[in-house]
Design a protein around this ligand. Structure first.
Ligand SMILES: Cc1ncc(COP(=O)(O)O)c(C=O)c1O
Length: 489
């Protein structure tokens, strides 16, 4: 039988919360822990050497009947939880997209936790609602989107894209909200995205009843950008076969190589074909904050919707995804409901209730962290950090070009580098590239990912952490070179 858990004397009464003086002490303890974690994070193993179930096996499976002291809980955090996570904030974690946190982001999350407001309606959280409107408009300006675009904050890009596609579907069949899709004589709708687009397009199609198979993958060119001629052909063929082309998803910053689809050309197709244009800028749209990268915004003003995840490139801690819709009233009309128990009385019509803009009712106060992080760094500070990540990505590309055992697998457009170890017989190359990645990740000293490009396994490095320096990148490159020599031997 498990020991009886116990609080320290006075830590928690029969009822109510922790007494203020003790809570203050605990906060200081956690604050010190967080500061130490951030300061010494580079000394940690990045990923645990764990098998599935190892963490669970170290934790008590019996639900706690009595309360425990913070000391006991914290001991388990240090013993099991912290060594059991993959440390995304580690400066030599270079997988996926940065998803970095920052000091102001951590502070904001603490305040958000203390406030614990529900930003479902203006009345339930006036400041959370208005701050959401404000930070969405800051970001809209940074993205150079015209002011007929307005936004809403969700958790992730997958959810944003699902809502964008639902709005597109309502445009194609305006009665879907009321009548649904089933049992009706409707055409089969089609959505188009490049073969490099993220699988969230399929997830969205599944969720809104369009169906995974009705997402058509358009081939990409040698630089992994959507081939617009192929898009036109697919749409024409689908029309001939009585499908109804509904939407195109153009990606700005694809998941594997961060390539950018030719949005202006895609926009022209959408105009001609009367289709919805959704831009998936979940990762890449953040590059628009750099004056020298404004080229990236070409055609965005012709989109119907665009998603950006500031938690990928713009230094906001997970999670924060912004969906902008031209004429956001369409999204609102699709999802607004007025249940009696919310008692939504707004005679002047001035209250924004963000719950009206999606399926979710309860909503976190996500705007605070964006407001705090962006105020702390300013656009210049954010741009300077992204610019440095770009510099590092290009530096790595230069090192790769010098070492003839490796080759670059895609152009470096954003702080993402795809490359491949090539000195081996063709048959073995894929396996060796995977092995290099797995060896490095298992070492706990650095972390990278692999992906497939045109069927070939390549290594992939994504830079986005504010703590990553040139030295960290050099360490990673040396590990790659050494591991490559080892696996080749
Ligand atoms: C281009 C792109 N779109 C969408 C997503 C999905 O993002 P989320 O995890 O926020 O749903 C990703 C994830 O990495 C992505 O790379």
């Amino acid at each position: 039988m498990k020991d009886r858990e116990e609080h320290l004397p006075g830590e928690l009464g029969e009822l109510g919360d922790t007494p203020p003086a003790i809570f203050r002490k605990q906060l200081h303890q956690i604050a010190d822990w967080i500061a130490d974690y951030r300061e010494k994070i580079a000394e940690r193993r990045i990923s645990p050497n764990a098998k599935p179930g190892d963490i669970l096996a170290q934790l008590d499976a019996t639900p706690p009947e009595t309360g425990a002291s913070l000391d006991k809980i914290f001991a388990d955090i240090n013993r099991v939880i912290v060594p059991g996570v993959t440390h995304w904030a580690h400066p030599q974690f270079m997988s996926y997209f940065g998803c970095t946190t920052t000091s102001p982001g951590i502070l904001a999350e603490m305040i958000t936790g203390a406030l614990n407001v529900n930003a479902m309606t203006w009345r339930t959280a006036p400041a959370a609602t208005e701050l959401e409107t404000l930070v969405l408009d800051w970001l809209r300006q940074w993205l150079c989107l015209p002011n007929d675009f307005a936004g809403v904050v969700y958790d992730t890009a997958s959810i944003s894209t699902m809502h964008a596609l639902a709005t597109a579907r309502e445009g194609a069949v305006p009665t879907t909200r009321k009548l649904g899709l089933s049992g009706r004589d409707l055409p089969v709708f089609r959505i188009y995205a490049s073969d490099q687009a993220h699988s969230s397009v399929e997830k969205g199609a599944i969720a809104i009843g369009i169906g995974e198979e009705n997402v058509r993958r358009v081939p990409s060119d040698s630089q992994f950008r959507m081939d617009v001629a192929a898009l036109r052909k697919m749409i024409a063929q689908d029309r001939q076969e009585n499908f109804r082309p509904m939407a195109v998803v153009g990606t700005v910053g694809t998941t594997s190589t961060a390539s950018v689809d030719p949005v202006p050309e895609i926009a022209q197709v959408c105009r001609e074909e009367k289709m919805w244009l959704h831009i998936d800028g979940a990762y890449g749209a953040g590059l628009a904050l750099l004056h020298e990268c404004k080229w990236i915004t070409a055609g965005w003003n012709e989109a119907d919707s665009i998603v950006i995840n500031p938690h990928k490139m713009l230094f906001i801690p997970l999670d924060f995804s912004a969906l902008y819709v031209r004429d956001i009233g369409r999204l609102r009309r699709l999802f607004t409901l007025d249940p009696e128990y919310l008692h939504l009385r707004d005679p002047v019509g001035a209250e924004i209730n963000y719950m009206d803009y999606g399926v979710q009712l309860g909503r976190r106060f996500r705007a605070l962290k964006a407001w705090m992080v962006w105020r702390t760094f300013g656009r210049e500070g954010i741009a300077a950090r992204i610019r440095d990540h770009l510099r590092l990505a290009n530096l790595l590309a230069d090192w790769i070009k010098i070492d003839k055992r490796f080759e670059l697998s895609a152009p470096v457009v954003m702080p993402v580098v795809c490359f491949r170890f090539v000195t081996a017989s063709d048959r073995k190359i894929d396996m060796l590239n995977s092995e290099i990645v797995e060896r490095i990740n298992a070492s706990g000293r650095a972390y990278l990912t692999q992906t497939k490009l045109r069927g070939r396994t390549v290594m992939r490095i994504g830079l986005g952490n504010v703590l990553t320096t040139e030295q960290h990148l050099r360490n990673m490159w040396e590990l790659i070179q050494t591991s490559a020599s080892e696996v080749a031997a």
